[in-house]
Write a protein that binds this ligand. Structure first.
Ligand code: PA5
Length: 446
């Protein structure tokens, strides 16, 4: 099995009949998603993406990644939200959080345009000094301020360093197939472009060119990633039966928790390589479900690190949350605790024990402590960490998110609330057309 949902730690909190009582709603939501009859049905391209992708573009992604690997020391991925979280999550999960220090045959990879920080950009410019650079700017709309500013800066750097002709060979653009200023500009400049499919929103785009080009540059096997996701799509789209489909059981459990007042879901991982995976998951669920005054608040922790910070709250604070723990059953990286003759730290009872086993006992002990404290735990296990199992896991959460949004009664595929800050920021910065809002906002800030 590529992924198993273990619900034994939910038993004290979930009435079996209540769980089975969710079946009808789950089946209805599953059907809406599969038949495209729910809200946001223009954005369901991700459902079949792992099987039904553009093979010609996939080959171009591989060719471009090989060219990038050969021609640069530093590869800069420019994008925000769904345009960078997926690739960063996959690279760090499968390679390392310290990928840039450990990468030998592949370029260092940096992410830019995901904030408005002068310091972050200045640091990256300093890192680039004396190095060969390629960039991949990713923006479906082509108009998002953060990546647009970063692209302006790095494009200028590349043109200064290599000339317009040379820069053209080093700039790769992932954007809408036909619309938008970025597409028009790229065609005019002669940059190689890749497509964010019309019917795939940013947070569901990790298995499109958005995620695949940076992931391929890092040396990860994108065929295996897609195969894992394709097998997950076979499994999860085939039936809505909670007893036969772990993805649907997850949807049922989290919606039951929400209805019982546990309105916060904490994604728990026990390895720091999953830090950005947690961020990807938070965006997926936060932007998909948090609207119309509804939604589970998606939070995340890395244990055991955060057991020494948020652990106290999860154990004894307000009982408003449940945890979803992701665990890799067999970790490849091993390290036994050394024996020490003097045993001053009293740790010889662990001598020879692999740190993974210590980590697993920390996980089991924590789950039991948290359920004793009143925090339910869903456990999701993948047998090992590789591109195939991660593809499977990504699809598990994407498909669950689509169905769960419909169970919740929201459109999981829009994000109207993201516009609010942008309008205010543009008005305050004096963007033409925002004059009336500027005066009103400035008055409120006085
Ligand atoms: O999930 C989403 O749709 C968003 O997070 C977008 O990915 C994000 O806002 C970036 O948008 P764009 O790719 O248009 O620059």
């Amino acid at each position: 099995m590529s992924l198993v949902l273990n619900d034994r730690y939910m038993k004290p909190f979930v009435d079996e009949q209540a769980l089975l009582g969710m079946q009808e709603e789950i089946s209805k939501a599953h059907k809406m998603l599969m038949e495209g009859t729910g809200e946001g049905s223009d954005f369901l391209g991700w459902i079949n993406l792992p099987k039904n992708y553009d093979k010609e573009e996939f080959a171009r992604i591989k060719a471009a990644s090989a060219k990038i690997q050969k021609s640069c020391d530093v590869f800069i991925v420019i994008g925000i939200g769904g345009s960078y979280l997926g690739s960063r999550a996959v690279i760090e999960f499968l390679k390392s959080q310290n990928y840039n220090s450990l990468a030998k045959d592949t370029p260092e990879i940096y992410f830019s345009g995901c904030n408005i920080s002068a310091q972050a950009l200045n640091e990256l410019l300093a890192i680039c000094e004396g190095k060969d650079i390629c960039i991949n700017v990713i923006s479906k709309s082509g108009t998002t301020t953060e990546p647009a500013v970063a692209f302006r800066i790095f494009r200028a750097l590349l043109e200064k360093k290599y000339g317009k002709e040379g820069a053209r060979e080093r700039i790769f653009v992932t954007t809408d197939r036909a619309r938008g200023t970025l597409k028009a500009f790229s065609d005019e400049a002669g940059y190689e472009t890749f497509v964010v499919p019309d019917d795939v929103g940013g947070r569901f785009s990790v298995l499109s060119a958005v995620g695949l080009l940076p992931i391929a540059v890092s040396g990860i096997d994108i065929d295996a990633l897609m195969k894992g996701a394709a097998d997950a799509s076979e499994a999860y789209t085939a039936t809505s039966d909670i007893e036969k489909n772990d993805c649907m059981k997850y949807v049922a459990l989290r919606n039951l928790m929400y209805r019982e007042g546990k309105a916060m879901e904490i994604l728990v991982n026990y390895e720091s390589y999953a830090t950005m995976f947690n961020e990807w998951w938070k965006q997926l669920y936060g932007e998909s479900e948090g609207k119309d005054g509804k939604g589970l608040f998606p939070a995340s922790v890395i244990f055991s690190t955060d057991l020494h910070s948020l652990g106290q709250f999860i154990q004894e604070g307000s009982r408003s949350m449940f945890e979803t723990v992701v665990s890799v059953v067999n970790e490849e990286s091993k390290l036994p605790v050394p024996f020490d003759e003097a045993n001053v730290d009293g740790l010889n009872f662990l001598a020879g024990v692999d740190l993974n086993d210590v980590n697993k006992m920390a996980m089991k002990g924590t789950i039991l402590a948290h359920i004793d404290g009143g925090t339910p735990n869903i456990l999701i296990e993948i047998p090992e960490k590789n591109a195939y199992t991660l593809g499977y896991l990504l699809y598990f959460f994407e498909f669950a998110c689509g169905v769960s949004g419909y169970v919740l009664g929201v459109n999981p595929f829009n994000q109207p609330g993201v516009e609010a800050y942008k309008k205010n920021m543009f008005a305050l910065l004096g963007k033409p057309g925002y004059e009336a809002q500027k005066a009103e906002l400035e008055a409120r800030l006085k």
